[in-house]
Design a protein around this ligand. Structure first.
Ligand SMILES: *Cc1c(COP(=O)(O)O)cnc(C)c1O
Length: 368
């Protein structure tokens, strides 16, 4: 049987299991973060799988991502926290999208977008040290006073207070939490009592119980990947959801001394068999992993040879018998003996987050 030409199969049961794992581990609300097309896994199907397993809210970066989920039939609460300059939040309000607020102007825009008797749900984001967005401590008083007023007159519903951690060290994260607690106290002094406070993403949800508060925002862990350099998915009790595969597109028996791919960075040192794998950097295969990229063919590990091209790369399989159409597993669940996204990240000098997120649009995602 011929393997799929190119495919990322997405194990939705693994996503569901990972959500249950975080529910048990933390005992608090799980916000499933499916920004950037669920880190390349397919946002709508990942969101549905996460909600079916007990996640109660969806997190995305941008309003357009939230609107797309609504179009795909996701009715659960959705929050978005990174906005285009001048964003007016009208579509967000109409579709009941909760808005992360990082400035006074965003607060006013969200309130203006509210329909009569239909307050806009907001999560006020406090800057606590990451130096990205978030309301600066110097502005907390002014923003909180206005937020309290807008809530009283029915324009806003203050659903959450939140921040985001740097994961620099437990000490740095505790300093950020202390700053956040000052923000929560300031909010209370203005009569702002949110339904939920949330600061932890995957790493802090696992390692720092005091960060769990009322909810955790789980991204990479949802997809069964480890946020840590020194601990695997299996060590964390997580199951990787994505398996990237392709079918061998050509097989060539060559003599010693044969140049391979652009620039002949590699020449064969013996008579051998070269196979062509039809995924390249257009599909998210990192070019800077050329000559180092692990794959699995017929249950055996190989490393690619020569430069990774836009659409394809070459693997030297020695004297292993192979045929056109045989399956190549590029990465997946390493407990099944195949390379992991983390192995690819090591080869490409990056992180597993980037490996899965940049799998390109030519690769069909198939739920399994
Ligand atoms: C991406 C993101 C998350 C999820 O982070 P993970 O490390 O993937 O769990 C949570 N919160 C915010 C604000 C984010 O941008």
């Amino acid at each position: 049987m011929t393997a799929p030409f190119r495919e990322a199969s997405i194990d939705l049961d693994a996503i569901a299991d990972n959500v249950r794992h975080f529910r048990r581990l933390t005992g608090v609300e799980v916000i499933a973060v499916v920004k950037a097309d669920a880190y390349g896994h397919g946002a709508a199907m990942a969101a549905v799988a996460a909600l079916s397993a007990g996640a109660t809210r969806i997190g995305v970066a941008e309003i357009p991502e939230a609107l797309e989920l609504r179009r795909q039939g996701v009715h659960a609460p959705i929050m978005a926290w990174l906005h285009a300059p001048g964003e007016r939040f009208e579509q967000a309000a109409a579709q009941d999208i909760e808005v992360g607020i990082s400035s006074f102007d965003q607060l006013e825009a969200a309130a203006t977008a509210a329909a009569v008797d239909r307050p806009v749900g907001v999560h006020l984001k406090f800057e606590t040290g990451l130096s990205r967005n978030g309301i600066a401590p110097a502005d907390w008083g002014r923003v909180l006073a206005e937020a309290a007023r807008l809530e009283r007159i029915g324009r806003l519903r203050i659903v959450g207070l939140f921040s985001h951690l740097s994961n620099t060290s437990a000490e740095d994260d505790r300093a950020a939490l202390a700053k956040f607690e000052e923000g929560v106290a300031a909010a209370a002094s203005f009569g702002v009592h949110p339904e939920i406070r949330h600061i932890a993403a995957t790493a802090a949800a696992i390692d720092l119980p005091e960060m769990r508060l009322d909810a955790v925002r789980i991204g990479v862990g949802l997809f069964g990947l480890s946020p840590f350099d020194d601990r695997s998915s299996a060590e964390l009790g997580l199951r990787p959801a994505m398996t990237l595969r392709g079918a061998i597109a050509a097989v060539r028996r060559v003599p010693a001394g044969t140049g391979v791919s652009y620039g002949y960075d590699h020449r064969t040192d013996r008579d051998t068999t070269l196979v062509l794998v039809p995924l390249g950097y257009a599909d998210g295969v990192p070019r800077n992993a050329s000559g180092k990229l692990p794959v699995s063919i017929g249950g055996r590990r190989f490393v690619n040879v020569g430069r990774i091209a836009m659409d394809q790369f070459v693997v030297d399989v020695g004297d292993t018998p192979v045929s056109i159409g045989d399956e190549v597993v590029l990465f997946g669940d390493p407990t099944l003996g195949v390379p992991s996204a983390a192995d690819w990240a090591d080869a490409a000098d990056t992180i597993n987050y980037e490996i899965v997120t940049r799998i390109g649009p030519r690769v069909p995602r198939r739920a399994s």
